[in-house]
Design a protein around this ligand. Sequence first.
Ligand code: Z5A
Length: 208
Amino acid sequence: MSLGKFVSFEGTEGVGKTTAINGLCERLQAQGIEYVRTREPGGSPFAEQLRELLLDTRTQINDDTELLLMFAARSDHLAQVIMPALSAGKWVICDRFIDSTVAYQGYGRGFGNADMLHKIEALIAGFVPCLPDITLWLDLPVAEGMQRAGKRSVADRFEQQQLDFFDRVYQGFEAQQQAQPQRIQRIDAQGEVEQVADRIWQAVSQQL
Ligand code: Z5A
């Protein structure tokens, strides 16, 4: 039986997920709520190895291979980290989950075509035993996120994509939020860090 809450964060590049998760974890700690903070792709030792390959600019794979590797990483992450934590009554705070697959592999790589989306749906149905209780989609114009992210790091294999790719990814998140408004809450990611943290806490505290 699952007792803990499963919270995922989603959004295009540089929207502020890491910053927002820091804020949420501080507030959970203040409430005395035990949580496990994790991320995808990755989160377990084997999935972190796959993450390195997936983000490495030298990796040359086709779209189906990328999709299957995302699910291989997720399967291990679920088995090793997510399900045990939830069963132990802990909250799981996950930086990206299945909605990133729909957005990046389904809309970014697959242009939102039905074939790719059906493959993803089948993989979710077959290999994902539980969906997040709440997903926070940090909504920020793509260009603004890129500007925030650009201040910081060297581009990985996904960050090297062109603007039209990220526009499609954004459309993927938007479409999913519209299709599943109960689970996926849109959070305005513009404004000061504290303002965004307050919006997130308002959404999450309804789960308490
Ligand atoms: N991927 C996929 O394709 N399919 C899948 O199924 C999954 C993932 C699960 C790795 O993700 C890649 O994997 C990702 C999709 C793909 N590629 N991309 N793009 P990731 O989450 O590790 O990488 P990311 O999306 O690029 O995240 P990020 O760059 O780490 O950004 P972030 O965590 O959302 O943002 P941040 O680090 O908190 O903030 C970015 C900067 O903005 C930073 O300098 C902050 O100080 C600043 N910031 C944050 N909040 C604010 C506010 N409110 N105002 C001003 N500045 C701010």
